[in-house]
Design a protein around this ligand. Structure first.
Ligand SMILES: CC(C)(COP(=O)(O)OP(=O)(O)OC[C@H]1O[C@@H](n2cnc3c(N)ncnc32)[C@H](O)[C@@H]1OP(=O)(O)O)[C@@H](O)C(=O)NCCC(=O)NCCS
Length: 212
């Protein structure tokens, strides 16, 4: 044994020892996305493009692509929200986009929600999706559809089901990423609108009668 190994290890008395920093409460604000948020949003999304099968995108998105999407959603006045930490960091985002291009689909949207890795599993997904659903209701949207990968997206399925989405179908082997086949799960939620429809601004579009 070495000489120093015989020496008793010195330890500071308890009251002088450094205590671990208490983890602060997980706080954030949820607000509409702004153009300045795009670099953070892009980084959050691209992490999942590179490392997971929760998105079927295989190529990372550029700032220009995100700008285009942001402008498109803003033009349609569709909800696009971010959660921001007290230090200004974007922790996650949620958005809706038209479900399909044909005009009869105009009351139906597809949603998308992604959190930075460190922000997942702490209740933020629930808060952000609740806010998104509420914003959709205010805009007169009637149906939200979530298209979720059938592999690796258990948290997303659980979150959507907790908030009243119900499974309406599945497709098998429609995607191929990282050398394996992937399917999709479709979940849908119907809304009773609280406000005026965003569709009214479109030429010749009217609100459907309630209950329709
Ligand atoms: C999916 C995602 C948005 C969920 O957000 P989150 O903050 O992690 O989820 P929450 O902590 O708010 O949990 C929501 C609910 O789902 C449940 N849940 C979360 N993860 C779960 C898991 N892996 N398995 C089962 N249930 C789970 C929680 O218990 C919670 O239920 P409760 O409110 O009744 O307690 C987030 O994890 C994420 O961004 N994941 C990576 C990207 C992704 O998959 N996006 C969706 C693409 S379709």
């Amino acid at each position: 044994m070495l000489e120093e190994e015989y020496e008793k290890k010195r330890r500071l008395p308890f009251h002088l020892r450094r205590r671990p920093e208490p983890e602060g409460p997980f706080t954030y604000v949820i607000r509409p996305a702004e153009e300045r948020d795009i670099p953070d949003i892009r980084e959050i999304y691209n992490y999942y493009v590179r490392n997971s099968v929760v998105t079927f995108d295989e190529k990372v998105w550029s700032i220009a692509q995100w700008r285009e999407k942001f402008a498109f959603l803003r033009k349609l006045d569709l909800p696009f929200l971010v959660a921001q930490s007290p230090t200004g960091q974007i922790l996650g985002y949620a958005l809706v986009q038209p479900w399909a291009g044909k005009s009869a689909y105009r009351y139906t949207v597809e949603n998308s929600i992604y959190l930075g890795q460190a922000a997942a599993g702490k209740g933020l997904g629930r808060a952000l999706l609740e806010a998104l659903i509420d914003a959709c209701r205010q805009k007169g949207i009637r149906e939200i559809v979530a298209v979720i990968s059938d592999k690796g997206a258990e948290a997303s399925v659980a979150l959507h089901e907790r908030l009243g989405f119900t499974e309406v179908g599945r497709m098998g082997r429609v995607g191929f990423k990282f050398g394996r086949w992937l399917g999709t799960i479709y979940l849908q939620k119907s809304l009773k609108p609280a406000g005026k429809g965003w569709f009214r601004r479109g030429p010749g579009l009217r609100e459907p009668p309630s209950g329709e």
